[in-house]
Design a protein around this ligand. Structure first.
Ligand SMILES: [Zn+2]
Ligand SMILES: [Zn+2]
Ligand SMILES: [Zn+2]
Length: 491
């Protein structure tokens, strides 16, 4: 499990822990069982307790479980975080759930019919407006090969040059940094993040209003004709501004999961969403004036079912699901410096937060301390640069929930490990008592072995996923060659 090279770099306390755990094969087996049940979580919750199940008809004690039989007398429960910087093992599980949740609303599954893929559906990307000039990646520049080609000697009032003749690669750390930090409007950048969830809500209302206008019906009667389902995912751009990706789907009014019976197709929906996005607005929090609106970089594209047509204009449902799910495990920054709350600005020193990112957090902290501002929770959300919303939100009917996926997994696990055939049945009375005793592995050796196991686990999952993708592609290629053969035969 551990290579010779790694052993050289392991400190003594880790080695002692590993030797203690592996010296007895039976206790090592129990440790492996304990670890695999919590998915080799990096920071598992440690619980002590017991469960008893009694058959209510016969009074017979059917099953009894106590953590006394577990290594160290504790049950380990996975932390369940979505942030890969905190626990890659749990983040991988979360990523899988996110992909299922997004995809079932696009192409069916998990209780939704596959015909949902034929409903009018669009994919929208909505960005924030500009808050000041920034260094940009080459990929974002449509008509230029340099970052800011302006007059070479032009400077702002603070003396900073307002041109940059570099062609920055996508991974250049300067991308997203302002040309002049004094000119950059940090206050509006933070308040935009803090209000963009409200702006999204206003946008959904504007979409419904615009639909009513083109269909010639009143806003009150819209629900009698169609239902509009939404899914929204928030992502941080390099400049620290939130931008949103959204799926907007039209369903029928009756049972929701049949196609709408009114005269609306994807082309019309694209037009409706484009108009609604330009109309949507909300006010900046008092005492600031002005309106929060979307920036000029807006994209609305039709979604088609997988395997039909997929090019730069029309997106396949599989591409959209994979694209959206990849944001599930991310924090504000890729290093995870800001993957948890800050209690004081001095936290930024210990976490090594610098430059533009640091200025954004400092601005959010300062604004949160202002009594005249309508946003009182900005300090709580300083580590998320003012954004207090969830990374993914959806309307109730879009698809299933994360909770239902977790419940399904829990029931499956109980069925795997329990002696009771169906724990949900009324025949059994289940009594349990639990006590929280801590977080993390009991010693450095266990933590080290859990880290190696979780890394292997993730590699195995990725390989399995890759194999499945290849299998899927092969079946699509076979299906299309059969279609070509048939076409050629039939002329
Ligand atoms: Zn975890
Ligand atoms: Zn530049
Ligand atoms: Zn300046």
């Amino acid at each position: 499990m551990i290579s010779a090279h790694e052993v050289e770099n392991i400190d003594e306390s880790v080695l002692k822990g590993i030797l203690k755990r592996t010296s007895n094969s039976q206790s090592y087996e129990s440790f492996l069982d304990q670890g695999s049940k919590c998915g080799w979580c990096r920071q598992p919750i440690r619980l002590k307790g017991k469960v008893t199940s009694i058959n209510t008809t016969t009074g017979e004690l059917v099953a009894k479980y106590s953590t006394n039989t577990e290594p160290d007398g504790v049950l380990l429960k996975a932390c369940g975080t979505r942030r890969v910087t905190r626990c890659p093992a749990c983040a991988t599980v979360y990523l899988g759930d996110a992909r299922i949740l997004v995809r079932s609303g696009l192409s069916g599954g998990k209780g939704l019919p596959e015909t949902v893929a034929f409903h009018p559906m669009v994919f929208a990307t909505l960005t924030a407006p500009s808050f000041g000039a920034l260094h940009q990646a080459l990929i974002n520049l449509s008509n230029s090969i340099t970052c800011h080609p302006g007059p070479q000697k032009k400077r702002c009032e603070h003396g900073a040059l307002l041109f940059c003749n570099m062609g920055h690669d996508i991974d250049d750390p300067i991308i997203g940094e302002p040309l002049c930090p004094h000119c950059y409007d940090y206050t509006r950048a933070i308040l935009w993040n803090a209000t963009c969830a409200k702006l999204w809500h206003r946008t959904t209302i504007a979409i419904k209003r615009e639909l009513c206008r083109v269909l010639g019906i009143s806003t009150r009667s819209l629900k009698d004709y169609i239902r509009v389902s939404f899914l929204k995912v928030a992502e941080y751009q390099k400049r620290g501004a939130i931008h949103l990706h959204a799926v907007i789907r039209i369903d029928s009014a009756e049972d929701g999961w049949t196609a709408p019976k009114v005269d609306i197709d994807t082309t019309l929906l694209v037009r409706v969403v484009r108009v609604a996005v330009t109309k949507a607005s909300c006010s900046f929090p008092s005492p600031l004036t002005g309106f929060v609106r979307w920036g000029s970089q807006i994209e609305v594209r039709p979604i088609v079912c997988s395997g039909v047509e997929s090019n730069t204009v029309r997106l396949s449902s599989r591409a959209v699901a994979n694209y959206l799910a990849k944001y599930a495990t991310k924090s504000v920054d890729s290093s995870g410096f800001l993957d948890r709350k800050i209690t004081d600005l001095s936290d930024l020193d210990s976490r090594g937060v610098k430059g533009h990112l640091r200025k954004l957090v400092e601005t959010a902290w300062e604004l949160g301390g202002r009594s005249d501002l309508e946003l009182s929770r900005l300090r709580t959300w300083a580590h998320t640069l003012g954004f207090g919303g969830h990374w993914l939100t959806k309307s109730r009917n879009y698809s299933i929930t994360f909770g239902s996926l977790r419940t399904d997994r829990q029931i499956w696990r109980v069925q795997q490990f329990s002696e009771i055939e169906d724990p949900s049945t009324d025949e059994y009375e289940v009594e349990s008592s639990w006590k929280w005793v801590g977080i993390g592995w009991s010693n450095k050796g266990d933590a080290y072995m859990a880290k190696l196991k979780s890394e292997q686990h993730i590699i195995d999952r990725l390989l399995a996923r890759e194999a499945k993708c290849i299998q899927l592609l092969e079946s699509e290629v076979t299906a299309s060659s059969i279609a070509v053969d048939k076409y050629e035969r039939e002329g």
